[in-house]
Design a protein around this ligand. Structure first.
Ligand code: VG1
Ligand code: CO
Length: 581
């Protein structure tokens, strides 16, 4: 500012006039990028892609706005939040400037730009927004050398469906310009309303910075019995729990809801300060990456443990001494004990659903309780339609996602409160509850092998050849023997889903081999990796009586068959998986 020598009042006046003059809306020419197809859950790339490719972010954001009919966009409300990772704030600045220039009337943004994925879903629904942006690459590492991502959710609060993401991708391939208000700067630190006058616009553009936890906490209060949970967590003889936020977005939620409101002692919550690089760790709640939690559970001091991914939609549940509950079992146990959750006592249970690769443990509960079961492709978006149609109450994925129809995203803290409600009601340990479940229903042994960062061509070629092989009629009835185990193929296909509500067909959702005893081998390429390809093999096998054995031992024959059929090691040059879940 060149007027430093002028008296203060003159300076103030100048600033005021600048602030009051309407902000300019610019149309900026740009050129398309070929690789902006949103995958299973948003667009994920290395941070440097967003930083170094000119207008990369702008192109994608404009493609999203352009995919929304102008009549729906004009004057609308949208929501913005993120998991706090590196590039979060820079991206929010651009989104705000472009939202204003694209006719959005009001943005609701989480304090400091932070809001978990389930909370964004909740806020979209609460404010009747037409959609929202979630700045996250979920469980992928963060920091300048890590990943950044953008999830786009629609008016029901859930991830955009394939028709919409296809449209966004098509627009991104031909985009020529974007609209932006470069002079608009929002203050993410101050709660409350900020208004901005724009050139050629009658109405001011409004930004509301909201408490990131409040609306979501309110929702949970109406789902669970907070008084009973408080007694269970902080009364005499309270249970001891340990929650690991892994430096992602859930920290503030855990602190406010579990510690402040439900009275958990301070040592119940660890890694609760959101960090731009998640402390250099993988914010992925599994036995390999949630090491702080796994270590602290070993000595038996804590009765219950849980970890969360960066954006708060994935959860891992552990019992005393680190007893691991597979996400597929967790879902089945919650289903079997669903009336421990007051919400479902009021709404009743309309249906259960799981993603195709998730173990069939839930199917047995559905059958016994005569509740409808839906099997959807991987990815949460498929559950939303069923929920909107009043057909689905509880669902989950083997990838540590669990949730109900209170929102349209998987919800990690909800899963923890669901488990705590079950523990409080049944007054048994996590391990006893899971073992009782196996005794009642038998056990679905389940494992997933991930081969990360595989050469894309090698992975695609392998999948293509595999599809040709398993689609051949002669493949059915083939027998595979390993040691004394013999498996006969009953059915094999490329999984295809017809949405029961709108009859949309989704093809190529994973290759399935189903054996005559119900065991399954599934092959899929991941849609969330930003480095090469990730091949996933899922193995699910049911045992009625042999229920207390080691998973890897039990599934070893099927794993051998899975590798033999696919020739995966030979085709990719790998000698083993990067991660086994
Ligand atoms: C993975 C999981 C899938 C999940 C998706 C998004 O996808 O397998 O079940 O819905 O991540 O989770 P993929 O294509 O990599 O297998 V999240 O927590 O990133 O929103
Ligand atoms: Co996530």
């Amino acid at each position: 500012m060149q007027t430093l020598c002028a008296p203060n009042d003159t300076l103030d006046l100048r600033l005021e006039t600048m602030e009051n003059s309407p902000l300019q809306v610019l149309t900026v020419p740009t050129a398309p990028y070929p690789d902006q197809r949103p995958s299973i859950s948003g667009l994920r790339k290395k941070v440097y892609v967003f930083q170094s490719k000119r207008k990369y972010l702008h192109n994608f954001i404009q493609s999203i706005f352009s995919s929304i009919d102008l009549r729906d966009r004009q004057g609308s409300t949208m929501v913005v939040g993120g998991d706090g990772r590196f590039f979060n704030r820079a991206a929010i600045e651009v989104i705000v400037q472009m939202a204003a220039a694209n006719g959005v009337g009001r943005l609701i943004i989480g304090h400091h730009g932070i809001m978990s994925t389930p909370a964004v879903s909740c806020v979209i629904r609460k404010y009747k927004a037409i959609g929202g942006f979630i700045l996250t690459a979920s469980h992928n590492p963060g920091g300048p050398g890590g990943d950044f991502g953008i999830k786009f959710n629609i008016a029901n609060g859930g991830p955009a469906n394939e028709a919409i993401t296809d449209k966004i991708f098509q627009i991104s391939r031909t985009i020529e310009e974007f609209a932006i208000c470069p002079g608009l700067h929002v203050d993410l630190k101050t709660l409350g309303k900020q208004t901005f006058d724009l050139e050629n616009k009658f109405k001011p553009f409004t930004v509301e910075i909201v408490d990131s936890v409040e609306s979501y906490a309110n929702l949970l209060r109406n789902i669970f019995d907070f008084a009973a949970l408080k007694e269970f967590l902080s009364g005499e003889n309270h249970i001891r729990i340990r929650l690991d936020a892994m430096h992602g977005v859930v920290g503030p939620y855990v602190k406010r809801i579990l510690c402040e409101e439900l009275g958990c002692p301070a040592n119940s919550a660890i890694n609760c300060v959101p960090m731009e690089d998640f402390g250099g760790q993988h914010p992925d709640p599994n036995l390999m990456y949630a090491t702080d939690l796994v270590d602290s559970m070993k000595d038996g001091h804590y009765d219950f443990g849980a970890a969360f991914d960066a954006d708060g939609d994935r959860n891992m549940i552990l019992g005393k001494h680190g007893f691991f509950v597979t996400p597929s079992d967790s879902l089945a146990v919650i289903a079997d004990n669903i009336f421990c959750i007051p919400y479902f006592q009021h709404t009743g249970v309309r249906g259960f659903a799981r993603s195709m690769p998730t173990s069939a443990a839930l199917d047995r509960v559905a059958k016994a309780t005569k509740i409808e079961l839906y099997e959807t492709p991987a990815g949460w978006k498929f559950f939303g339609n069923l929920m909107d149609a009043g057909m689905l109450s509880l669902c989950g994925e083997e990838s540590f996602g669990t949730g109900g129809d209170h929102i349209r995203e998987k919800d990690a803290l909800w899963a923890v409160l669901a488990w705590l409600s079950i523990l409080a009601t049944r007054k048994q340990s996590v391990e006893d509850i899971v073992k009782d479940h196996w005794l009642k229903y038998g056990r679905n042994y389940f494992t997933r092998y991930d081969y990360e960062n595989v050469d894309i061509d090698a992975a695609c070629d392998m999948m293509e050849d595999l599809e040709i092989m398993i689609s051949d009629k002669s493949f059915v009835k083939q027998r595979f023997a390993v040691e004394d185990k013999i498996y006969q193929v009953e059915k094999s296909d490329s999984f295809e889903y017809t949405d029961p509500v709108d009859s949309t067909i989704s093809r190529n959702q994973g290759l399935r081999i189903i054996f005559s005893d119900g065991s399954r081998i599934i092959y899929r390429l991941s849609g969330t990796s930003s480095d090469g390809a990730t091949v996933r093999i899922y193995i699910d096998s049911y045992e009625k009586d042999v229920i207390f054995e080691d998973t890897q031992v039990m599934l070893a024959p099927l794993a051998t068959i899975a590798l033999k059929i696919s020739q995966l090691h030979h085709r990719t040059g790998r000698s083993g998986p990067s991660v086994i879940t």
